[in-house]
Design a protein around this ligand. Structure first.
Ligand code: HEC
Length: 97
């Protein structure tokens, strides 16, 4: 009996670990998302292809709109990022202005 119990415990631990990478891919925190998706064109304090974070709008709604719909050469991220991911990016942008 105890053997079967242990086996189940092992199985659920294995399941937990195998699911962890998916959780990370699905929702990265703002900083990691920014580095991965935005840092090619944006930096915190200097202009790259796009404006520095410090020169961006301080309005969450405007930031959210720009990220979702894109602007000029900036691609739209609606459908590529989840609403929660866009929210985390907005929080990251606002926190670094
Ligand atoms: C291919 C380059 C590129 C990438 C990648 C990119 N952007 Fe941009 N972004 C730009 C450019 C260029 C502008 C200026 C657009 C304009 O004003 O015509 C801009 C503008 C913005 C603005 C508007 C700033 C303001 O206040 O007017 C925000 C916010 C923004 N980007 C956030 C992001 C975020 C967040 C990401 C990552 C998910 C991202 N961008 C990825 C090039 C890029």
């Amino acid at each position: 009996m105890t053997r079967i119990k242990n086996c189940k415990t092992l199985l659920s631990i294995a399941l937990l670990f195998s699911m962890a990478p998916f959780a990370v891919v699905a929702e990265l925190p703002g900083e990691a998302l920014f580095k991965q998706k935005c840092s090619l064109c944006h930096a915190i304090d200097k202009k790259k292809l796009g404006p520095a974070l410090q020169r961006m709008s301080g309005e969450a709604e405007i930031l959210r709109e720009t990220i979702s719909k894109g602007k000029g050469v900036m691609p739209a991220y609606e459908g590529k990022l989840t609403v929660a991911e866009i929210d985390m990016l907005v929080a990251y942008l606002l926190a670094n202005q």
